[in-house]
Design a protein around this ligand. Structure first.
Ligand code: OSB
Ligand code: MG
Length: 371
């Protein structure tokens, strides 16, 4: 396989319902769609799902654009490869920049699986026909509005509900939601907003009797030690998200017992090859995983569905239906959740058609890199 042309498209879509985490609120997203074309004219699609601001990870839309344009695409153009897992080696020297790498890596997997006539799921070694879908709900202006959001998504059938928390918005709203939904599979995600202080440890400890499936990323990304200390005093599993962006981070998590569950994000780990490697390593150490999301458009969402079909993705993934996020997605048909599950496509490659017309109507910036 040899990529001879690559195009980056910055696409902007408004969110149906604005989303607030411990760091900020957003009402639209700019993601970069990666289009790779090989010498036979076949296309592979990927999505760089970096947020615009460096609050989730150090990357931004602008840094990913720069790194893809100047480093990642030039190193893949004109080079022959047999399998998408080899693509990582082409930019071995580029440190970090996982979101940028993930978009190009996914496009290579989609191109290859399309050419081989395999679904992306099959190409990755997946064996599920359906994946369980969870939903991630942001911080709301009031507890009543939060409860209304939970109602809506429980009624829509989601298998698990995650609530964003932050200091000042934690025990009280979660306790009230729990009171209304005593049996619901519920978990919380702090996006690293707590500090390694006695006050914050005491506050987090109060979540332990609310029957949560997990507490996701309470402390900052590099603070493995506080996660290990918290896990040692809680019954509730600690789940890591931001802390694990490389396989070495996962080895650290395992060695320090810094959590019992792993959120694997294709974007955060630098693509499908690394996400699969993380899945295998976690499985070998008895750590269940689920696939986290970055409010992906349909292309990134399809990749998340495909990776979630691997055996150790035993917990519901953040792969909600397209309509939770966007009035109209850039793929056809949109991703749909029925009775808490999403079907894994069986068609070759992405398994969805990219809606080029809708994409170009919403494109802010575009650039083609040739050989
Ligand atoms: O921590 O999982 C997170 C969105 C933006 C930044 C961080 C996170 C999220 C989500 C979105 O929770 C999950 C989804 O795509 O539905
Ligand atoms: Mg998270």
């Amino acid at each position: 396989m040899r990529v001879v042309e690559a195009t980056l498209h910055v696409v902007r879509l408004p969110l149906v319902h604005s989303f607030e985490t411990s760091s900020h609120r957003k009402d639209h997203l700019d993601h970069i769609v990666v289009e790779l074309v090989d010498e036979s004219g076949a296309t592979g699609w990927g999505e760089i799902a970096s947020p615009s601001a460096p609050y989730y990870s150090p990357e931004t839309v602008q840094t990913t654009w720069y790194i893809a344009q100047h480093y990642l695409l030039p190193s893949i153009l004109g080079i022959s490869w047999d399998h998408p897992a080899q693509v990582q080696a082409l930019w071995r020297k580029v440190r970090g920049h996982e979101f940028a790498k993930a978009g190009v890596d996914t496009a290579a997997w989609v191109l290859w699986s399309t050419m081989k006539g395999l679904s992306l799921s099959k190409a990755l070694g997946g064996n599920r026909h359906q994946v369980k879908a969870g939903v991630s709900l942001g911080i709301e202006p009031t507890i009543d509005e939060l409860i209304a959001q939970v109602h809506k998504h429980v009624e829509a059938g989601y298998a698990r509900v995650k609530l964003k928390i932050a200091p000042g918005w934690d025990v009280e709203p979660v306790r009230e939601v729990r009171a209304v939904f005593p049996e619901q599979d519920l978990h919380v995600d702090a996006n690293g907003a707590y500090q390694s202080t006695e006050t914050d440890f005491d506050q987090l400890r109060k979540l332990d009797d609310l029957g949560l499936t997990m507490i996701e990323q309470p402390f900052s990304p590099r603070d493995f030690l506080s996660h290990a200390r918290l896990q040692a005093i809680l019954e509730t599993p600690v789940c890591l998200d931001e802390s694990v962006s490389t396989i070495d981070d996962l080895r650290t998590m395992i060695a320090l017992q810094a959590g019992k569950i792993l959120n694997i994000k294709v974007s955060r780990m630098g693509g499908l090859t690394k996400a699969r490697e993380a899945h295998d390593l976690a499985r070998d150490h008895g750590i269940p995983v689920w696939c986290g999301g970055m409010h992906e458009f349909g292309i990134g969402r399809a990749a998340n569905v495909a990776i979630s079909s691997l055996g150790n993705f035993t917990l519901p993934s953040d792969v909600s239906g397209s309509e939770k996020y966007y009035r109209r997605d850039i793929i056809r048909p949109p991703v749909v959740t029925v009775l808490g599950s999403v079907d894994v496509p069986v068609a070759p490659g992405l398994g969805f058609a990219v809606d080029r017309e809708w994409m170009s109507e919403n494109t802010m910036k575009k650039e083609t890199v040739g050989m």
